[in-house]
Design a protein around this ligand. Structure first.
Ligand SMILES: [Zn+2]
Length: 318
């Protein structure tokens, strides 16, 4: 089974070392469309290229890019970065919402929403021949609201129809993961296709292990976002999960956004100074996390290969 990237389809063994959850750009879709002159696209492009090149220096060949609707998903921008850097970028389809749905989808049923995702997977995204490789949805502090459930069911049905895997943003603090898995199960999705992102925001190993026992992949994928959990606690969680033999279910990444418009530009320095983020980048995992896990005796070359090469390929081709 081949895997779709923004520069064409590839065989799974071409993926190589993979960053499983990184954004080359994340912007508010409505604001950036309506007031484009408030954005410097060439600066965004330069920032994306700089980050991608820095992670390529760690022999990363592929970036899985889970920017969906509302995150300013733009496969033209992604393709430009991929061509400039000679990197593989794996795009998605789906809706990134914690509750809000446009009237367009509010007043149409689940299957119509699913048809939109299927078109992205089978025909192409945004008028291109670039096809989405996986599906993305989200549940956050508001929990699995009625609208969030609708999106999850549409994602599940599109997955059933196409075989595309699913990545679901979750929030362990309000335990969205089990409910998200339950919805996918009700819709008949094979759990080997499901990745519950952001599980590493908790150090409750039991919570994470219960999800793993249901057969899903779990993301320890927000390294650097100290406001949710500091790096030493994230590492301790990873070490314990590896000690319990779960290497084949772990995804390790940073959820870095090469640019993001959620805050004014100067906020990055404030966050860094206050410790809310620390060394957040596309390379933190390779600079600090892998060495720490090796030092703790939790990661050897085989475990490294499982997490950064085999797991992404297995999930993408499930
Ligand atoms: Zn993300």
């Amino acid at each position: 089974m081949s895997i779709q990237t923004v520069t064409g389809s590839i065989e799974p063994d071409a993926l190589g070392r993979t960053a499983i959850h990184e954004h080359v750009r994340f912007v508010d879709e409505a604001v950036s469309q309506q007031w484009p002159d408030w954005y410097d696209v060439e600066q965004q492009f330069a920032d994306a290229v700089e980050q991608v090149e820095s992670v390529q220096a760690h022999d990363v060949r592929t970036i899985v890019e889970p920017t969906a609707m509302f995150g300013g998903r733009d496969v033209h921008f992604m393709r430009r970065v991929a061509e400039q850097c000679d990197v593989l970028i794996v795009p998605c389809t789906g809706i990134y919402s914690y509750d809000y749905l446009p009237h367009y989808f509010e007043n149409r049923d689940i299957d119509v929403m699913a048809d939109h995702f299927v078109e992205d997977i089978e025909i192409g995204v945004q008028g291109t021949e670039i096809r989405a490789a996986f599906l993305k949805c989200a549940a956050d502090a508001a929990g699995v609201t009625e609208n969030v459930e609708k999106i999850h069911r549409a994602i599940a049905r599109a997955s059933m129809q196409t075989g595309a895997p699913i990545m679901a943003h979750s929030m362990p603090a309000v335990a969205t993961g089990p409910r998200q898995v339950e919805i996918f199960e009700q819709e008949g999705v094979d759990m080997a296709r499901v990745q519950i992102a952001h599980c590493g925001d908790t150090d409750d190993v039991g919570y994470i292990e219960k999800l793993i026992e249901q057969g899903v992949y779990v993301g320890l994928d927000r390294y650097g976002l100290e406001m949710y959990l500091p790096i030493d606690k994230r590492n301790a969680t990873a070490v314990e999960l590896l000690r319990r033999g779960h290497a084949e279910r772990l995804m390790i990444s940073q959820d870095f956004c090469a640019s993001i418009d959620w805050f004014p530009l100067e906020a990055a320095e404030v966050f860094e100074a206050s410790g809310a983020i620390r060394n957040w980048s596309m390379t933190l995992v390779f600079d600090e996390v892998v060495p720490a896990l090796r030092e703790a005796g939790a990661m050897d070359d085989a475990v490294f290969n499982t997490i950064f090469v085999e797991n992404p390929a297995r999930w993408l081709t499930a």
